[in-house]
Design a protein around this ligand. Structure first.
Ligand code: SF4
Ligand code: SF4
Length: 145
């Protein structure tokens, strides 16, 4: 698998294109419980409705998220995701020298990103420790279920 690793030069600013709201967001049980009717229980993601060209999350209203303040954790971190360095080493994945490494609770993390997000490449650097923290919390929610 080809990963794009965030570096000190990685910039991001959301253009509100809403492309990511067509992707499948994996929800924890707690998120599924909270989102009720808006969940596709078979696929553990938000329910899709037909958009202008593709199916989109039913919580997308116009080009804005109707539950923005309480949106799922993976929506919060997109287009980024933190991965433990140890996991990548186990997969024999090469991590470039330039990749940002964040330490959290004695574990080292790198951040990967989806290059198809149009917000990548402009704007500002992101809060990497926060991305690690939210990703960890999402994984923790999964492990509890
Ligand atoms: S795909 Fe990227 S730029 Fe577009 S809405 Fe999602 S996060 Fe923002
Ligand atoms: S919950 Fe909100 S941010 Fe997440 S996919 Fe749906 S509309 Fe987009």
């Amino acid at each position: 698998m080809e990963f794009n690793f965030a570096t000190d030069a990685t910039l991001f600013e959301c253009t509100r294109c809403s492309r990511c709201c067509s992707l499948d967001v994996m929800l924890s049980d707690e998120e599924m419980e909270r989102l009720g009717e808006d969940v596709d229980r078979k696929w553990h993601t938000t329910r899709k409705v037909m958009g202008p060209s593709d199916p989109v999350c039913c919580l997308l209203k116009g080009n804005a998220c109707a539950i923005y303040e309480s949106r799922p954790k993976l929506c919060r971190v997109y287009p980024f995701l933190a991965i433990p360095v140890a996991d990548l080493e186990e997969m024999k994945e090469q991590i470039p020298e330039s990749a940002i490494r964040i330490s959290d609770d004695g574990e080292s993390y790198v951040i990967i990103y989806d290059e198809k997000c149009p917000g990548i490449g402009s704007g500002r650097t992101s809060n990497w420790p926060e991305i690690v923290s939210i990703t960890k919390s999402h994984i923790h929610d999964f492990e509890r279920t």
